[in-house]
Design a protein around this ligand. Structure first.
Ligand SMILES: [Fe+2]
Ligand SMILES: [Fe+2]
Length: 165
């Protein structure tokens, strides 16, 4: 990891947890080529998935957009902020859709349409969000180290702990 900032370290941890979740989703989709019966284990997985995806796009994206990106904008770094915000706008509705379909399936199982939607949206989400995280891991964390002073870093890390956990 390039970043030595506290904020970068917290974001990195969260990114790794999200990648694990997305890989678990990819494996689930790979294991079930056709409409799966939702047993207890699958239901537990789908509930966890739904919760993690929502947390990611609500609190993690929220922290980046409301607290971190404004620091970059203040320093004139609008390019990276626009690119990452634009990606959030594409990922957020997909993640919410997958989370809703997963929560519904955990309760009542999948029907044909629900499974097709889950599979399509899920595969697209995996691709887009892993790509987004890789970009942040390569560019954003280094940019935090380079641009954000120690005091601002400490303040951001504190805000992160309070809002994301
Ligand atoms: Fe992001
Ligand atoms: Fe992120």
């Amino acid at each position: 990891m390039l970043s030595q900032s506290q904020t970068g370290a917290l974001l990195h941890e969260d990114h790794m947890a999200t990648i694990e979740t997305l890989q678990a989703l990819e494996e689930f989709l790979g294991r079930h080529r056709s409409l799966p019966a939702v047993n207890e284990e699958a239901a537990a997985f789908l509930m966890r998935l739904s919760k993690t995806l929502r947390e990611e796009v609500e609190s993690h994206f929220g922290f980046e957009e409301n607290h971190l990106f404004p620091v970059f904008t203040e320093r004139g770094e609008t390019g990276i902020v626009m690119m990452l915000t634009y990606e959030h706008r594409a990922i957020l509705p997909l993640a919410v859709q997958v989370a809703e379909l997963a929560a519904a399936a955990a309760k009542d199982g999948f029907d044909e349409q629900g499974w097709r939607d889950f599979r399509d949206a899920g595969a697209e989400l995996v691709e887009r969000e892993i790509f987004h995280i890789q970009k942040e891991e390569m560019g954003l964390l280094a940019a935090i180290s380079a641009l954000v002073d120690r005091e601002t870093d400490a303040r951001l890390a504190e805000t992160y702990r309070q809002t994301v956990g």
